[in-house]
Design a protein around this ligand. Structure first.
Ligand SMILES: [Cu+2]
Length: 324
């Protein structure tokens, strides 16, 4: 039995830790089923041909061959149908992977103050993954490629206010939050609560609104959905690929381009990032980690890691040096 369960395990999908990841598995299954149907069709055709044109029935070869077009036409028709199915099914599933999430956040929207801030800009380099966070203000600091250096790996412009509380993570765990949605079922007195029916709140927002207006002022339920994490991918040198199997994401990081990808993490924990493009002699050791933390930890982590905190710590350290 062990042998059988090992075989089943070897052919099963890896652990799933994202909400829409199952759709990618669905696409893989659909493509395999289509290939199975084609395989069975060809095998039947093969044996029918062997039987029909067997040597005992056809002692001498017929050099004119088959005149009827039925077989050729049905094979060509089959190919067209299979390709159509492939295109339709693939477009349907792929849509979930590349479309904009309903709570999708992009830098432009953040600047306009319209969207939330679940953006992490991940920059690949030979051979590691670096992350740049907008910090608690939800806005990424300005970057200038001519400023990139060992001390300033993201080329942040020093006097840009948006960059003050940014967070830079160099070749360490890329921290992302697991935030549950609270859907507003009854906004109560909307002039007071400023809520809309169906609006999604984070747990922190839900708690602070409850504290502000009292527990009966409005109604919101945890509906089991989670907020998207958006990663803005780019590369400093060559083409790399950000692949995290449990989230079913795999996307090239290309120098000069910012490519957004999104997923909805469903489990806390650390997940391995592998580079899925041969990017140089250190490719095999280009591993990273995405660490999914709870909303509370995420806020704490942002507070304690922002550049603003780091620079005040540096100031206080240097003043201690002076007094010593
Ligand atoms: Cu790489």
């Amino acid at each position: 039995m062990d042998f059988l369960s090992n075989i089943i395990e070897a052919f099963s999908f890896p652990d799933l830790a994202s909400q829409d990841g199952g759709k990618v598995d669905g696409l893989v299954i659909a493509v395999h089923l289509l290939m199975l149907a084609l395989f069975v069709g060809w095998i039947i055709y093969y044996f029918v041909a062997i039987f029909k044109f067997r040597a005992s029935r056809n002692p001498s070869a017929d050099y004119k061959g088959l005149k009827s077009k039925t077989v050729t036409n049905s094979v060509e028709g089959g190919v067209i149908v299979a390709e159509l199915i492939l295109v339709i099914v693939a477009t349907y599933y792929w849509n979930f992977y590349v479309n904009e999430a309903d709570d999708y956040a992009d830098v432009q929207a953040i600047k306009m103050g319209k969207r939330d801030m679940h953006v992490v800009r991940v920059t690949a380099e030979q051979f590691g993954w670096n992350a740049h966070y907008p910090g608690l203000d939800g806005r990424l600091g300005k970057q200038d490629k001519s400023l990139v250096s060992g001390e300033n790996p993201f080329g942040l412009v020093e006097d840009d206010v948006n960059g003050v509380d940014d967070i830079e993570v160099l070749k360490e765990d890329i921290v992302v939050p697991l935030i549950y949605n609270y859907r507003v079922e009854n906004p109560g007195d909307a002039s007071k609560t400023k809520l809309e029916l169906g609006q999604l709140l984070t747990e922190t927002e839900y708690i602070s609104l409850t504290e502000m207006h009292g527990p009966d002022a409005f109604e919101a339920i945890k509906d089991g959905t989670v907020r998207s994490v958006t990663i803005d991918l780019t590369s400093k040198d060559v083409i790399h690929n950000f692949k995290v199997l449990p989230f079913r994401i795999c996307q090239d990081a290309i120098p000069g381009l910012n490519i957004p990808i999104h997923f909805k993490p469903t489990r806390l924990g650390r997940y391995q990032v592998t580079c899925a493009q041969l990017c140089g002699d250190g490719h095999a050791r280009m591993r990273g980690v995405v660490k999914v933390v709870s909303e509370k930890e995420w806020i704490e982590w942002q507070k304690s890691n922002s550049n603003a905190v780091k620079s005040t710590q540096q100031i206080s350290l240097s003043s201690e040096d002076e007094s010593a």
